[in-house]
Structure formats: C-alpha cells, structure tokens
Design a protein around this ligand. Structure first.
Ligand SMILES: [Zn+2]
Length: 168
C-alpha cells in the first residue's frame, strides 16, 4: 500500500551538500567539545540539493553521550535575528557530534528529529540531520513529509552521502 503511494507521488531524489566554511565550523566544534555538541544549520535549495550554507551553535549542556541546547539562548538568538530583519525559516538542518563514537541515528536522535519536525508548518516539513564525530566522519539524512491526500502526509527518510564543498 505505502509502496504504491510512494510510487504514485514520485519522490524526488535529493542530495545534501555542506559548504566548506559551514563544515569547518561544525568540525571545529566537534573537535573542541569534550563530549557531544549540536546546533542548527541554514539551508538553501539549489536544484535538487539541500545546501547547508551556515550554522549556529547556541549555548548548550553537553556530556559524553548527550547534547542539550539551552532554550533561553535559542530564544535570544531568534530575537536578535528578528531585530536584524532575519528569520529562522531556513533553519531546516539539525547537526550534532557523537564525539568519539560512530556516526548513526540513535533512538534519542529519532525523537529529536520528530520533535524538530513538529516546529515546521505541515506543508513545509522537512529536516536535514547531520551527524559527525571527532574523526571527521559525517552522515546525512533528509526527513520529509509528503502530502499524499488531504491532511494525510507520508514521512519519508532518505539517507544520503553528504557532499562537502562549495557549488561550482
Ligand atoms: Zn546522536
């Protein structure tokens, strides 16, 4: 049933690219942080590619195996952007580091992805999630809700290699 629906709605093949400068910022955070760390990223759609062009690193509490963003600091970042006439509408990337562990999506990560997805409006619900570690390993996935019928969305998770570098 789901398979036929997916075929019917013709899921596009999407790619993820992270600009060199944004990648360098993430890796610098991952290496400097004793444990995990996390933040958000800004995305621009270029053709069929989600390009992460910058990142933010809010204040956070990190341990060896967890990372929690300070909600008050997040609010002040958003208010500051608002004063500059900017919004968070292109913040469709969540990235975090697993420190010395492998890059994969844990049960906690699945919950975080589902929670972050809920912040986006129903017709524009997608998130690029990046996991890195101190060995500079990186993995990416795209979660996207695709409208299949009135008020009925299918969540598709698309695992993709993460290209690093700037567009030609
Ligand atoms: Zn994780």
């Amino acid at each position: 049933m789901i398979k036929e629906m997916l075929e019917q709605i013709n899921i596009p093949l999407l790619n993820v690219r992270i600009k060199k400068e944004a990648y360098n910022k993430i890796i610098a955070e991952a290496i400097a942080s004793p444990g995990e760390c996390s933040g958000f990223g800004m995305i621009k759609m270029i053709g069929d590619t989600f390009e992460i062009y910058d990142i933010v690193v809010p204040k956070q509490i990190n341990t060896r195996a967890s990372t929690t963003i300070d909600p008050d600091d997040l609010v002040s970042i958003i208010l500051e952007l608002d004063e500059q006439g900017k919004t968070t509408e292109d913040w469709h990337c969540w990235w975090h580091s697993h420190a010395d562990s492998n890059v994969f999506y844990s049960g906690t990560d699945e919950d975080t992805i589902a929670n972050v997805m809920n912040y986006f409006s129903k017709d524009y619900r997608y998130l690029v999630s990046i996991v890195v570690n101190k060995r500079c390993e990186i993995t990416a996935r795209i979660d996207i809700d695709i409208k299949a019928a009135d008020n009925y969305y299918i969540r598709v998770t698309h695992y993709v290699p993460c290209q690093i570098g700037d567009a030609l």
